[in-house]
Design a protein around this ligand. Structure first.
Ligand code: ATR
Length: 278
């Protein structure tokens, strides 16, 4: 067993993670609180095999990103009700030589709203997309007391997700007629992300003044979807906020102390701005 003795080791594991903004955010947190720790980005392609080496190297905590969140759920001891409902963990912590798992993605969504004083309880929320990211968002929106409906390019997936969570689904083809019913919209698909082959899928005329619109895509920091929502009088919330608050929750779970929010936010937004210019 190898253990790094000068400094505690943390990392984000995923594939690809080359452009991850998490190292900038987490290392800023360590610096702000003078914690002798370091946070890396590790490309992990074979999850179970690579986790053996990561464990042997003595890592204390890991952020887990696409495509390993479901595998991490299977590997870890998980007593987090949210992770079980969502079916994924995005955070691992080594406790007494055992990996424990937690989901903080949904906390990232809830705290993005809380930090702006936006209350969506009793409001009608529409979730665009029915993949892994949508599951965390649906869980968060339900926890915030919203009435949730899902719509997806592939209708069947929306309907089966709706069954599972006890929410509504609408067919993709009826989105335009139904959209007036909603006050909150969450965009959870990779559409609009830098480098993704498709820039535009959801019609921008779904936006109404006063809607609250959150796009989980944060590369670019302001997507075309968000720009268009803003132009039509909506309040927009960036996926960067979710990234920040899910990271804050991870830090607090690892260290059992309050995270340095401002330092993390500054580092994250600066790294995102640099990334937008690459
Ligand atoms: P993730 O775990 O990141 O959510 P996923 O499980 O692959 O990723 O889900 C991706 C979601 O984005 C799905 O809702 C997918 O729609 P389908 O179920 O129809 O595949 C949606 N998505 C991906 N590419 C899309 C595109 N070009 N246009 C519309 N929706 C897209």
């Amino acid at each position: 067993m190898i253990r790094c003795v000068q400094t505690r080791l943390f990392a984000v594991i995923g594939h690809p993670v080359k452009h991850s903004l998490s190292p900038a955010m987490m290392n800023a947190a360590f610096r702000a609180l003078d914690i002798p720790a370091f946070y890396l980005a590790l490309e992990v392609s074979d999850f179970l095999e690579d986790m053996k080496h990561i464990t042997a190297l003595g890592f204390d905590g890991l952020s887990v990103t696409i495509p390993h969140k479901e595998s991490a759920m299977k590997l870890a001891v998980v007593d987090d009700e949210a992770a079980r409902a969502i079916g994924a963990v995005n955070c691992l912590k080594r406790v007494d030589d055992v990996w424990r798992g937690k989901n903080t993605d949904w906390i990232g969504v809830v705290d993005s709203f809380k930090s702006r004083g936006i209350d969506i309880s009793g409001k009608k929320a529409l979730v665009l997309g029915a993949g892994g990211a949508a599951r965390g968002v649906i869980y968060a929106a339900l926890k915030m007391g919203a009435e949730v409906t899902v719509v997806n390019r592939t209708d069947e997936k929306a309907f089966s997700l709706a069954d599972e969570f006890g929410i509504n689904a609408v067919e993709h083809k009826s989105l335009k007629e139904r959209v007036c019913d909603f006050q909150v919209v969450f965009q959870t698909t990779p559409v609009g992300m830098n480098g993704y082959p498709v820039e535009h899928f959801w019609p921008y005329d779904i936006f109404r003044p006063g809607m609250i619109v959150m796009d989980l895509v944060y590369r670019p920091a302001k997507t075309a979807f968000m720009k268009s929502a803003e132009e039509r009088g909506c309040t927009v919330i960036s996926g960067l906020d979710m990234l920040l608050y899910q990271g804050v929750a991870q830090f607090e779970w690892w260290f059992d102390r309050p995270a340095p929010l401002e330092a993390m936010k500054k580092a994250l937004y600066e790294a995102a701005e640099q990334d937008d210019h690459v």
